[in-house]
Design a protein around this ligand. Structure first.
Ligand code: GLC
Ligand code: CA
Length: 545
């Protein structure tokens, strides 16, 4: 891939603003807090910062329910603070990517409030329908929300139902209405004009519903999705947005969050310039059983196969192992108990060495982990935990087990405050009480201590990101699989006449040092002491030339 775009050489760092850094001691992260950490991020070696939503919102789904796209939530600061962030980031050659949430708005968005009136022009911004049954007492179709329960809610004030693929506080916009596109383009242009580099587009492959006919799938997994996943209309709209807002602007980026995407659709997004890259969920789904409520162990061969399918399948990937919706990666794919540090680095190298743009979620670079204890749904700040807890009330499941299952889906684990040091509230806030409590792992996983330790996960990431951006084959090269067995993962990255070889032992047992890796120059190793080329140590990973 030989275009010259910032996202081809630079890693993206996802900031969860509520949990990154609190500047005023209210226990909630904010924009001035982010500004105070820009030097840290620059030193880390990332180039692009993606901010989870900071817009005005009732925060039912923590900002993925926007009440006003042109305003900043007061918890985070003001529009002036945001402009200041853009300025300070630019000084450090850091780019800002916003979250664009336009499948739905908040039910507290003025558009939706107005839309309840059938005579309002906003009525047609959403899916308002009469119910089925004699008196319209049944929802218009059998679709289910991707969170839980039916995808329709009845509104007594107008006697109609509205569609929501997520919670009932997140009504879906009707993209058949050209006014919706017009409004969203205003939002996009507003932020692009300010100098934002681009957008991460929330659940962007389901915005255009082909029909409202009954769905066939299982009630527990978003029934009805065959009518709205990756429709022709969806492709058309994204292309339109590209032509209207991006084509004339030079290097900007559109990153899609795309559930259930396959390489064929993925290629369409890229080739048609609808998106520059997109997140698939295939790796994230590997350890899930029973609609994500249970977990199973992931075999390295499966992990490798899945990642490689996408490496070969599309020209550019958005590579990630963590985000604000996923449990931390070390306990999932590494070994938190015995090889916390080793597996943290190993997974980091894997993610950064793949073809595409590497995404790092805040705290991943210091090896943050999930809460040890099972979380009490009463204490959770996550609407998914509340909704799953509600559903479970209907079933005779023992209390302890219920709590355990809910804790598994509770997104507070990965949203806990960033651990800057081992002091009060991990240095995240001067307040000892924070919006989600600080994780006990701050004692060993924190920025201050890890900066001092040459062998830390953090210092490894710093080396890794520097290598990545300065090594053409690593950031721009084509991908080529090297066949391996068991816990060994290996591949090449090839750019013009240069190539690097990536060798990873994703397991706790030593394995013989592979022949193809012998006698090469080592560019980076997850262990400080050099490999003797006899064995790959537990979770050892290297990039060789
Ligand atoms: C995306 C977001 C998630 C949110 C959902 C609904 O998956 O990442 O946090 O709950 O969309 O907007
Ligand atoms: Ca604050």
């Amino acid at each position: 891939m030989k275009e010259n775009r910032a996202f081809q050489r630079g890693a993206v760092y996802q900031i969860y603003p509520r949990s990154f850094c609190d500047s005023n001691g209210d226990g909630i992260g904010d924009i001035p807090g982010i500004i105070s950490k820009l030097d840290y991020l620059k030193d880390l070696g990332v180039k692009i910062l993606w901010l989870s939503p900071i817009y005005k919102s009732p925060l039912f789904d923590m900002g993925y329910d926007v009440a006003d796209y042109f305003d900043i939530h007061p918890d985070y600061g003001t529009m002036e603070d945001f402009d200041n962030l853009l300025k300070e980031a630019a000084k450090r050659d850091l780019k800002i990517v916003m979250d664009l949430v336009v499948n739905h708005t908040s039910d507290e968005n003025e558009w939706f409030i107005q839309s309840k009136d059938p005579k309002s022009p906003y009525h047609a911004y959403y899916y308002w329908r009469k119910g089925k049954g004699k008196n319209g007492e049944l929802p218009p179709n059998n679709w289910t929300s991707q969170f839980t329960g039916p995808a329709w809610t009845y509104e007594p004030s107008n006697g109609m139902w509205y569609l929501h693929l997520f919670s009932k506080k997140q009504p879906d916009l009707d993209w058949h209405n050209p006014k919706v596109l017009e409004e969203v383009e205003k939002v996009i242009n507003f932020y692009l004009d300010k100098g934002v580099y681009g957008f991460r587009c929330d659940v962007i492959n389901q915005i255009y519903k082909d029909s409202l006919e009954d769905g066939k799938g299982h009630a527990q997994s978003g029934r009805g999705s065959e009518h709205y996943l990756m429709t022709e209309g969806n492709h058309r709209i994204l292309r339109q947005i590209h032509d209207d807002c991006f084509a004339h602007r030079g290097d900007r980026v559109m990153i899609g969050e795309t559930f259930n995407v396959d390489p064929e659709n993925g290629r369409r997004f890229l080739e048609n310039k609808e998106l520059d890259m997109f997140f698939h969920f295939d790796l994230m789904n590997l350890d899930k059983a029973l609609f994500g409520i249970l977990t199973k162990k992931v075999k390295t061969t499966k992990f490798k196969e899945t990642a490689f399918k996408w490496q070969k399948g599309v020209s550019w990937n958005a590579n990630y192992l963590e985000n604000h919706d996923q449990l931390r990666s070390i306990p999932r794919f590494g070994d938190e108990e015995h090889y916390w540090k080793e597996s943290g680095k190993c997974l980091g190298l894997f993610n950064v060495a793949l073809k595409g743009t590497p995404f790092i979620f805040e705290g991943q670079e210091i090896g943050m982990v999930n809460f040890k204890d099972i979380r009490d749904p009463e204490k959770s700040r996550d609407c998914v935990a509340w909704m799953v807890s509600d559903i479970m009330k209907k079933y005779p499941i023992p209390k302890g087990l219920k709590k355990k299952l809910i804790s598994r889906v509770d997104r507070d684990h990965e949203r806990a405050p960033m651990q800057w040091n081992n002091g009060v509230s991990a240095g995240f806030s001067s307040n000892s009480s924070t919006w989600i409590e600080v994780n006990e792992s701050k004692s060993f996983a924190n920025v201050e201590d890890e900066l001092k330790d040459p062998d830390s996960i953090l210092n490894f990431y710093r080396k890794l990101l520097r290598l990545h951006q300065n090594c053409d084959p690593l950031c721009l090269g084509e991908f080529e699989e090297i066949p391996t067995k068991g816990n060994l993962i290996a591949f090449k990255r090839i750019y013009e006449y240069q190539e690097v070889v990536v060798v990873i032992n994703l397991g706790k047992k030593e394995i013989p040092y592979p022949e193809f890796a012998k006698g090469k120059e080592c560019l980076i190793n997850t262990y400080l002491d050099p490999s003797k080329e006899k064995k790959l140590r537990p979770y050892e990973a290297l990039i060789l030339k």
